[in-house]
Design a protein around this ligand. Structure first.
Ligand code: PCA
Length: 326
């Protein structure tokens, strides 16, 4: 009995020491859609490292890049249901979940990084609201370089690509392809080279990064810098998984997320310049859009902005007003 009395407090102490230490570290899995050469993926690895360091190992995140754990379209549901604790998603692919997610792929609504940041600030409250309904919390976002037009020949007007097959990567880009009088075909990034070489697509609108990483010079020749929109990925966490952590660990994650977001906006311009140079160095003709092409695309952008707003004026008109007020 005496022995037990002296041992018991020690046991209690060591048990609480155990629960506060990494002995119960949360092992989190983070699927991402894009490969390691992409800025968002580099930031994801860095984020995971920072979280591990600043939570003293309480939260240990394994990044599964390049859709290696699950396909891109499956990631939102996996986070929502808690199959994984967090994940990275291209915001535009959630366009059919709620129209607020389409703010990200509307042509000529925001065409430089300053505008894109303002649009993001305007859209963020509604994004967070919709994510919350789905049991998710927004951690951070990373912008892609501006989206421009890749083709196999020079394009001076939309008539030059009429009837061709255009890659789409979201509901909004499918609609855009329709309005350009082209035929949309959804193709994920890893399948782009083969889709071009087998004639499934003839053209695409994406960043210089995705063109450079996919060696676009092997299957096309022209890059027209229409810079039509600046889309983003976001990283979202399952609400229950997050709430299970103690306050210090939650704060450490939010701090690391804020740093990740700042890094993306800081580095995207340099990334854009570097990848555009890679395209040119490999023989792709990099050009500026003609006044006619730009005018035609801007008119489509206006149509798409109007259509988008009409999908849910109660939610979207305030976003557009907040954006134009900035
Ligand atoms: N690359 C990704 C998303 C936007 C981008 O620049 C893609 O083409 O799917």
């Amino acid at each position: 009995m005496k022995l037990l009395k002296t041992l018991l407090p020690a046991m209690v102490v060591s048990f609480s020491a155990l629960t506060a230490s990494s002995a119960i570290a949360a092992q989190w899995h983070m699927p991402t859609p894009y490969g390691d050469a992409n800025l968002p993926t580099k930031i994801a690895y860095d984020f995971a490292e920072q979280v591990k360091a600043s939570t003293d190992g309480d939260v240990d995140i394994t990044v599964h890049s390049g859709a290696s754990l699950m396909k891109h379209p499956e990631i939102p549901r996996a986070v929502r249901t808690g199959q994984v604790q967090l994940g990275e998603v291209f915001i535009g692919i959630m366009g059919n979940t709620h129209p607020i997610f389409k703010h990200d792929n509307i042509p000529f609504l925001a065409t430089d990084y300053e505008q894109a940041q303002k649009l993001w600030e305007a859209a963020k409250p509604e994004i967070e609201k919709q994510l919350s309904k789905e049991g998710m919390i927004l951690l951070y976002t990373v912008p892609w370089p501006a989206q421009s037009l890749y083709t196999k020949k020079p394009v001076n007007a939309l008539a030059d690509i009429k009837g061709t097959k255009m890659r789409a990567y979201s509901p909004s880009t499918s609609r855009l392809a329709d309005l350009m009088n082209t035929t949309p075909t959804t193709v994920q990034v890893p399948d782009i080279p083969q889709a071009f070489s087998t004639g499934i697509i003839d053209a695409m609108i994406t960043s210089p990064s995705t063109g450079a990483n996919g060696q676009a010079w092997d299957y096309l020749s022209h890059f027209n810098e229409i810079k039509a929109w600046i889309p983003k990925n976001f990283v979202v966490v399952n609400k229950r998984a997050f709430k299970r952590l103690d306050k210090d660990d939650q704060k450490a994650i939010l701090d690391a997320a804020a740093k990740a977001e700042a890094r993306g906006w800081n580095e995207v311009t340099a990334q854009e310049a570097k990848d555009t140079k890679t395209l040119a160095d490999n023989g792709i003709v990099v050009s500026q859009p003609s006044a006619q092409l730009l005018g035609e695309l801007q008119a489509i952008g206006q149509t798409m902005t109007n259509e988008w707003e009409q999908e849910n004026p109660a939610a979207l008109t305030p976003v557009l007003s907040a954006y134009s007020a900035k």
